[in-house]
Design a binder for this molecule. Structure first.
Ligand SMILES: Nc1ncnc2c1ncn2[C@@H]1O[C@H](COP(=O)(O)OP(=O)(O)OP(=O)(O)O)[C@@H](O)[C@H]1O
Ligand SMILES: [Mg+2]
Length: 461
């Protein structure tokens, strides 16, 4: 690098900086040069006087690393750029502003109400919830003519947002491929409008960052010596494994869908008539509700054969159906699904649906529609242990819980759950945990003992 050059992107950073989609995620392994690229991208339009950028971390203390990066680069790239400590913002000679912000609590997103930013950047996106990320979309709009408005993020696997980030950017398409969202809406004159918006995932590897490896040749060894889940995530950028994941036993192996060996996900089959069926329910209105049907084989093994998940298409956003509508849909499914029709079904639900302080309870309304529930056992840690007991594989590679591969929302949300930072033994309830809750009620109603000797696949750390 010549003395006059402040910062030169490395090839993978160049790929990230060249993307033209509205959203781009630069993600994967640690140390790839992601945060550097994110803060440098913020400078692209600082010559425009009304340009405003916002760079976010989940908490203010976490921002200090980014502030230090900017101190290193910004004044040299733009002499006259000044950092205002109390306002946490850089002021550029043109009048442009690059601000730092945080959203520790869910509601903190409203602190940005009424504000507009041309560039919004999330560092460590998996630390944020979908609600926080998507709310900031409405803040991404120009403050004047001639700017481009877009969102950029970085992430490592793991964290409370792991599930939705993986679904939105990683599993939706191969890396470096534009993923299109088709949008439609009705304008003020009642006309139907259509449009589409693109997003993309740019994978990061530590080996992309020659600058880091030159400074610290031992960094690869540091990552290689981490425990399995952390190493897979931070060294190899593996999104199926991350530290803080609760159900590390989980396996979804298409090679086992027919044989049902060493996998929890299997191909659907016709359930024998004499197997009992359980139906679990977690109620939600503005958050998703979840109904899961589980057939029980003679060995008391559960098979999640069908799901009805009340999600409005965006992660963790409920359909806002009234209880009566949910009950009618349950009746329809139980009349039509060949694995459920003409069977006795035992319902077990979130005990909160029996609360009737504000009038008729959810359980009462559903009973009027001939959908009946028993009170589920909501003890959280015993419920979690029951799920672990059922996920453990025996010596022949068979668990006590299988999931039909048609239960897409279960497969998306349950493996993504992570531990709470306030109660390190329990699942973080800020994640999308409705299907997990419904599963717990069914497992607690059908308890199994822990395996005496764990099977080969339970040892993953
Ligand atoms: N193009 C570059 N030129 C010089 N140094 C760079 C460049 N890109 C990154 N670095 C340096 O490499 C180190 C790691 O980069 P950075 O912090 O951006 O990585 P990261 O992917 O965000 O890491 P983490 O996963 O830990 O958040 C930093 O010291 C950074 O300044
Ligand atoms: Mg970083």
């Amino acid at each position: 690098m010549s003395a006059a050059v402040v910062w030169t992107p490395q090839p993978r950073q160049r790929d990230f900086l060249a993307r033209s989609e509205f959203e781009a995620l630069y993600g994967g392994a640690a140390g790839g040069g992601k945060s550097d690229a994110l803060v440098m991208e913020a400078l692209r339009q600082v010559h425009i006087p009304h340009y405003k950028a916002l760079i976010l971390r989940r908490t203010y203390p976490q921002l200090s690393e980014l502030v230090e990066k900017c101190r290193k680069y910004y004044p040299r790239a733009f002499p006259g750029a000044q950092y205002n400590e109390s306002r946490r913002q850089w002021n550029f000679p043109s009048g442009a502003v690059v601000r730092f912000g945080a959203m520790q609590h869910q509601e903190d997103r409203y602190n940005y109400q009424g504000q507009a930013f041309d560039y919004i950047a999330f560092d460590e996106l998996t630390q944020f919830t979908w609600e926080q990320y998507s709310y900031l979309f409405s803040r991404c709009r120009p403050n004047g003519p001639g700017t481009r408005c877009y969102i950029r993020s970085t992430a490592n696997p793991g964290g409370v947002g792991h599930g939705w980030v993986k679904e939105r950017f990683i599993t939706a398409a191969p890396p470096m491929t534009t993923i299109w969202s088709e949008l439609s809406w009705t304008d003020a004159d009642g006309r139907r409008c259509f449009g589409r918006r693109g997003r993309v995932f740019v994978p990061a590897r530590v080996t992309d960052n020659q600058a880091l490896l030159d400074n610290d040749p031992g960094y690869l060894l540091t990552l290689a010596s981490l425990p399995y889940a952390q190493r897979e995530a931070l060294l190899n950028g593996n999104w199926d494994s991350f530290s803080g994941q609760v159900f590390t036993e989980w396996r979804d192996d298409p090679a086992g869908y027919e044989s049902r060996v060493n996998t929890h996900v299997i191909a659907p089959f016709r359930v024998p008539e004499h197997w009992p069926v359980w139906r679990g329910f977690d109620w939600g209105y503005s958050r998703p509700f979840s109904v899961g049907w589980y057939a029980v084989d003679p060995q008391r093994r559960l098979y999640r054969v069908r799901e009805l998940y009340g999600c409005a298409g965006q992660p963790n956003e409920g359909l806002r159906w009234e209880p009566e509508k949910v009950a009618r849909e349950i009746r329809r499914i139980e009349g039509e699904d060949e694995n459920l029709a003409r069977r006795h079904i035992y319902g077990v639900a979130d005990p909160a649906i029996f609360a009737s302080e504000t009038g008729e309870s959810v359980a009462d309304v559903m009973a009027r529609c001939q959908v009946y529930w028993d009170r589920g056992d909501n003890k959280r840690l015993p419920g979690k242990m029951q799920v672990h007991n059922r996920l453990a594989f025996d010596q022949s590679g068979a668990p006590m819980l299988y999931v039909f591969n048609t239960c897409r929302n279960f497969i998306r949300t349950v493996p993504a759950l992570c531990y709470s930072s306030s109660d390190v033994e329990d699942v973080d309830t800020a994640g999308e945990d409705h299907i997990y809750d419904e599963l717990r009620y069914v497992c607690m109603a059908n308890p199994v003992a822990a395996r005496a000797r764990p099977g080969p696949w339970t040892v993953r750390l």
